[in-house]
Design a protein around this ligand. Sequence first.
Ligand code: ARG
Length: 459
Amino acid sequence: MSKLWGGRFTKRPEQWIDEFGASIEFDKQLVEEDIEGSLAHVKMLAKCNILSQEEAGEIQAGLTTLLDKAKKKELSFSAQYEDIHLNIEKLLIDEIGPVGGKLHTGRSRNDQVATDMHLYLKKHVQTITGLIKELQNVLIVKAEKHVETVFPGYTHLQRAQPVSFAHHLLAYFWMLQRDVERFEESLKRIDLSPLGAGALAGTTFPIDREYTAELLGFSGIYENSMDAVSDRDFILEFLSNSSMLMMHLSRFCEELIIWSSQEFQFIEMDDTYATGSSIMPQKKNPDMAELIRGKTGRVYGELFGLLTVLKGTPLAYNKDLQEDKEGMFDTVTTVEGSLTIFAGMIETMTVKEQRMSQATKQDFSNATELADYLAAKGMPFRQAHEVVGKLVLTCIQKGIYLMDLSLEEYQEMSSLFQQDIYEVLDPYNAVSRRDSAGGTGFKQVKKAIQKAKDCVQQP
Ligand code: ARG
C-alpha cells in the first residue's frame, strides 16, 4: 500500500515507525468535524469554479456516505494512513475513484486539522458552559432551602464566624459564574476559521475563505495564514479555563469530603456517589468527590504539557503540534464528567442542619459579636478586642463558652455589657445581623439568590 504523499520517497517507513507517527488512534474522534470541513471546502471549490459542479457533486456524495457510516461507527481506519485526514481521503478515493483526489485542492492538512480542532472545541465549550449552568441551578435550589441554616464559617480551618449555609454554597455559584464567563469569552477566539490558510502561505487558487467560514458557522477567519496553522493558544486557553474550573470544583470537593467525616458530620453523600471498603464494613467513602479532586491534577498537567510542547516550535506547522490533541480530548472528557457527577452529588446530599447549628453553639465563633457590641457602644475596637480576648481566655480556662458567663462576670470586665448580650451572642442572630452588602445576613442571602437566578437566566 503506498502513501498518499509517497511520490518523492524511495523507501517505505517500517510499520512501527508508521505507528509512532500516527495520530489516528485519537484523532478519529474528529471524524465528523473533518468531513464537515471537507464538505464546506468542496462546496467552496465549486462555487469558485476551481472544481466543476459535477466533480464537486461526486465528492459531496462520497463524503456524505462516509459521514453516515461514521455516525454508525462503520468506518475503519488504519495507522498506515497516519491521521483522520488522510484516512478519510483514502476512504473517499476508494468510494468514488480518482476524482476524490481533487478534494485536497487548495488546502493542506495543516489548515484542515486546525479547522477540525476549532469546530470540536467550539461545540464542547458550549456543552461545558451548559453543564456549569446546570450545576449553578442545583446550587441555587440547595441554597434556597438553606438560607437560615446556620453553620460554622472558617478561616485557617479554625472556627471563625457563623454563616448561612446558603451563603457558603453561593460563594461557589459566583466562582462558577466567572468560569462560565471565561469560557464564553474564549469562544470569540475559538470561533474563527483557519481553513484556506493552506500549508502556511495561503494558496494560488482563487478560494473564498469567508464562504467556508460561513458554511461552517464560524464568525470570522484568521487574519494571517501562518498564525492560522500554528496557533494553539485557543487550546491553551481552554486548558487554562478548565484548570481554573477544576480548581474550584476541587476546593468544593475537599469541603464535601471534610464535611462527610465523622468529625464534622455536616453532610452525608447519597449512596450513589459513595463506595464501601473491601475490608472495613462500616466505611462509606466519598469517592466521587475525591476522584474529581484527583482528576484536577491531570487537567493541570495537560495545560503544562501543551505549554511546554509549544514553547520551542518555530513558525509555522511542526509535527510537535500533533501532541495538542490527547490532552484536549482528555480534558473535555474529564471536565464534562466531573461537572455532571458534581451536580448530582450536590443535589442528592443530605444536609444535617441540626448538627450544623449545634456546632456553632460549641465554639467561640461569636466572640466578634461581643467585640462589635462594645465598639458599637463607643469603646475603641482594639480595646474591645482585648476585653473579649480576656473573656475567651477565662472561658477556656473554665471549660465553658461565652454564653455561659454570667452578666456579673461580663460587667466586671466592662460596665457597657447589658442583659442584651445574650441575644447578640446567639449564632442565628450573629448571622442575621450581618446585613452589609454581600454579607451572610439572611436578607442579603435572599437578595443574592435572586441575583444568581437572574444571572443564570440570562441568554
Ligand atoms: N496529524 C497531524 C496533526 O495532528 C495533521 C497535520 C499534519 N500535517 C503535516 N504536515 N504533517 O497535527
